[in-house]
Design a protein around this ligand. Structure first.
Ligand code: NAD
Ligand code: WQD
Length: 339
């Protein structure tokens, strides 16, 4: 059985991916420092898959620790590197935290595991506001709006340059659009820190009474209803794409040792459409008001996912209703079972 190292495996996307790797027959080892996740996520994973994955708690910025871990773990056949700091607003306030964490962890892994298959969590944020939509993988990378976004752009460059001189390193960078939703069992989902900046966690917390009304950030964009457009993707579909990426790397079919794929649905939804989808799929009424545009926001983005379908042999299966329904079931679950 092939063993995959999942860094950040107790986090939001990582935990769902651990479940899907297990379902696909992979063995998993998680490394997470729990800086943005809870140890109880391991129990939640166990409730779903029937066993607890191997887990090591340490900071991937600790070079000596990563080296000794790599020396012990000689049977790892691939790495999915989720671990990173990800809050856009915090990155503006504390850029060095982001440059330190997101680069040191990446560099330590590449130094210690240089003959490996490596899947990297990138983001559609690298496109900024694209010149044309849907955006393809060959679109220009635009100047980042935040230090967080810049870490994704530079990390991709680090990987391109390292792969170019390391024939035994095979990389797939996955550019996620907007991951939302939760596991169908409601045992896993997103655990936002403080007041959620992201739309869907704010919606579910508002609906459950933890927050006030939702503020729609702008209704004067050049979109059908004036609110901004994003490509929302169910976290379980996203998790399955990582399994597809790991399989592609293992098959040796990659066209080069650095490939990049968009992970979205290919469809854009406005903020107001998301609010409507939540109401219709859950039967809950939301309170919302229109506010000004949010600084740093782009007007609209959605991905061209042709390459992912044709080359990665992956496509999304879950629709907006399931994204909203599962996010709501998770919100109710954590209210009844606080972490
Ligand atoms: P998350 O914060 O839920 O998970 C990240 C995990 O990494 C956490 O469990 C955290 O404790 C761990 N971690 C952070 N720094 C670490 C370190 N130095 N050593 C060990 N563990 C560390 O985030 P997520 O939403 O699951 O995102 C996963 C990845 O996907 C990140 O790289 C993120 O930038 C990227 N991404 C996320 C989104 C999104 O909207 N969620 C969108 C695009 C890209
Ligand atoms: C979606 C839309 C908001 C909250 C961010 C990061 C990006 C990526 C995913 C990691 C926007 C609007 C939101 C609210 C609102 N992360 N909104 N009221 O900004 O597309 O992407 O998360 O890589 O890098 O920038 O996602 O969920 O914050 O916002 O109207 O209370 O919802 O203005 O149009 P975003 P989001």
């Amino acid at each position: 059985m092939s063993k995959i190292l999942v860094t950040g495996g107790t986090g939001y996307i990582g935990s769902h991916t651990v479940v899907e790797l297990h379902n696909a027959g992979f063995k998993v080892v998680i490394v997470d420092d729990l800086s943005n996740s809870d140890i109880k996520i391991l129990d939640q994973i166990e409730k779903i898959i029937g066993s607890k994955p191997e887990f090591h708690q340490f900071d991937l910025c600790d070079e000596a620790k990563v080296k000794s871990f790599a020396a012990e773990q000689t049977d790892i056949s691939g790495i999915i590197h989720f671990a990173a700091s990800k809050a856009v607003g915090e990155s503006v306030q504390n850029p060095l935290k982001y440059y330190r964490n997101n680069f040191f962890s990446l560099i330590n892994l590449l130094n210690s595991f240089n003959k490996t298959n490596f899947v990297f969590s990138s983001s559609c944020t690298v496109y900024g506001q694209p010149d044309s939509l849907p955006v393809t993988e060959s679109a220009a990378v635009k100047r980042a709006e935040s230090p967080y976004g810049n870490t994704k752009q530079i990390a991709e460059e680090i990987l391109v340059e390292t792969a170019a001189v390391t024939p035994d390193l095979n990389v797939i960078a996955l550019r996620y659009f907007n991951p939302v939703g939760a596991h169908k069992t409601a045992l896993l989902g997103e655990l936002p820190n403080g007041v959620p900046a992201n739309l869907v966690p704010f919606i579910t917390q508002s609906a459950i009474g933890k927050r006030g009304p939702i503020v729609v950030h702008g209704n004067d964009y050049n979109t059908p209803d004036g609110s901004a457009i994003r490509d929302y993707i169910h976290v379980v579909d996203l998790a399955k794409a990582h399994v597809a990426a790991v399989k592609r790397l293992a098959s040796g079919e990659a066209e080069s040792n650095y490939e990049v794929f968009n992970l979205g649905t290919g469809k854009g939804s406005t903020v107001l459409e998301i609010i409507n989808a939540f109401e219709s799929s859950t039967g809950e009424k939301l309170n919302y008001q229109i506010g000004p545009r949010r600084e740093g926001d782009i007007e609209q983005i959605y991905g061209d996912v042709t390459k992912s379908k044709e080359v990665l042999k992956w496509q999304t299966e879950l629709d907006l209703n399931e994204m909203m329904r599962s996010a709501w079931e998770w919100e109710k679950y954590i209210k009844a079972n606080p972490f």
